[in-house]
Write a protein that binds this ligand. Structure first.
Ligand code: SF4
Length: 366
């Protein structure tokens, strides 16, 4: 729980993005009863509920606990685990990492020391397609066949692991980060912030660095059909309304991606589209994200989501993601290059331009 300008803000962590349809119903009902009715998808594949009224957190945590969404009170903040969202579901998956996500999460929560990890410390499990390469996690693995490369601060260390060993070594690397942080008397939140962090952590694990391979970066999963019963639906601006949540909850299996979309197995495509979810690969919604903005954030200079929605239909096609920010912190900005639409006191700048209106900003989004 954090306190935001519009009330309490609760983040519910979903390791590997996995949420069952029943759990999604619980979350949607909790937001309707206790918050603003929406579910926000985050850039770490989690779900947030905003505008919680005073007294709501206790009721919310009871509901989450009963639904299996709050397995550890001590470790909740550190259950930051991303996995390739389509892993095990399509032909591009070299290894199904979901069982490893479950093992990593279980053992993370069972290791008392790891509750000390900073809330920003991130684990990733890439099934070989490279979709998480740009995210630069603190500790990650990337599969080639049934062999996993150990990545630290986004770098391939040259160390290769079997699937059975991967969760254990990843957690040992996280503990080595804590040890090295103490040794350096550092308050670093991320492994890459330590002096020689990668080398020091490897040495604590008993490995030495050898030449890794620079595996090609893959793409974020695209919206659309990926198989007869498999689709990815973009959630415009990552804000899921009640009708949309209900349409998703009729599917067989769901995974929230780090790109404000949801992997849906066995869903009713027509119903999802009718509810406002996007399965068209060419839609401008696939490249638009926005921070909370007004009224949720006290720092915001504009209601960026309202403005982005107003001009969405005019956004030209292009490859660079477009991110709307209510202030210079640029919360939720995409990894890598993006069109930077920043609220100023008198309009929006686009990639550092002078202030223009939201409508005029569209002309500069290339
Ligand atoms: S970018 Fe600024 S306005 Fe937007 S959510 Fe972050 S702090 Fe608030």
């Amino acid at each position: 729980m954090h306190q935001a300008a519009d009330g309490g803000l609760a983040r519910v962590r979903l390791p590997g993005g996995v949420v069952s349809p029943a759990q999604l119903r619980v979350l949607a009902a909790a937001s309707a009863d206790l918050g603003d009715g929406n579910l926000e998808l985050t850039s770490r594949g989690n779900i947030q509920i905003r505008a919680l009224r005073p007294g709501a957190p206790k009721e919310l945590s009871d509901r989450l606990y009963d639904a299996g969404l709050l397995p550890s009170l001590t470790h909740e903040r550190v259950r930051n685990i991303l996995a390739s969202p389509l892993s095990g579901l399509d032909q591009h998956s070299q290894y199904d990492v979901q069982p490893l996500v479950a093992a990593l999460d279980r053992n993370l929560c069972a290791t008392p020391r790891l509750a000390e990890l900073p809330g920003r410390f991130l684990f990733t499990l890439d099934d070989g397609r490279g979709d998480l390469a740009a995210i630069g996690a603190d500790v990650g693995v990337r599969f080639t066949g049934a062999q996993a490369a150990l990545l630290l601060a986004g770098e391939d260390t040259g160390v290769r692991l079997s699937p059975a060993d991967a969760p254990r070594v990843m957690l040992q690397a996280a503990e080595a980060f804590l040890d090295e942080r103490e040794a350096q008397q550092s308050a670093a939140w991320r492994l890459g912030e330590l002096t020689d962090g990668v080398l020091e952590v490897l040495s604590r694990l008993g490995y030495s660095k050898s030449a890794g391979q620079s595996a090609p970066q893959g793409e974020a999963v695209r919206a659309g059909m990926h198989g007869p019963e498999l689709l990815v639906a973009t959630v415009p601006l990552g804000s899921l309304g009640q009708e949309q949540a209900a349409a998703l909850a009729d599917a067989v299996q769901l995974r929230v991606t780090p790109w404000r979309s949801v992997v849906v197995v066995g869903g009713d495509v027509d119903r999802l589209v009718a509810a406002g979810l996007v399965v068209d690969e060419e839609s401008p919604w696939n490249r638009m994200t926005a921070c909370a903005g007004r009224p949720g954030c006290g720092k915001a200079l504009a209601d960026v989501r309202r403005d982005a929605r107003r001009v969405a239909a005019m956004v030209p096609s292009g490859r660079r993601p477009v991110h709307w920010s209510g202030c210079e912190r640029r919360c939720g900005q995409p990894a890598g290059d993006f069109v930077d639409v920043l609220a100023l006191t008198d309009g929006y700048s686009v990639d550092g331009s002078a202030a223009v209106t939201a409508e005029q900003s569209v002309m500069r989004m290339r």
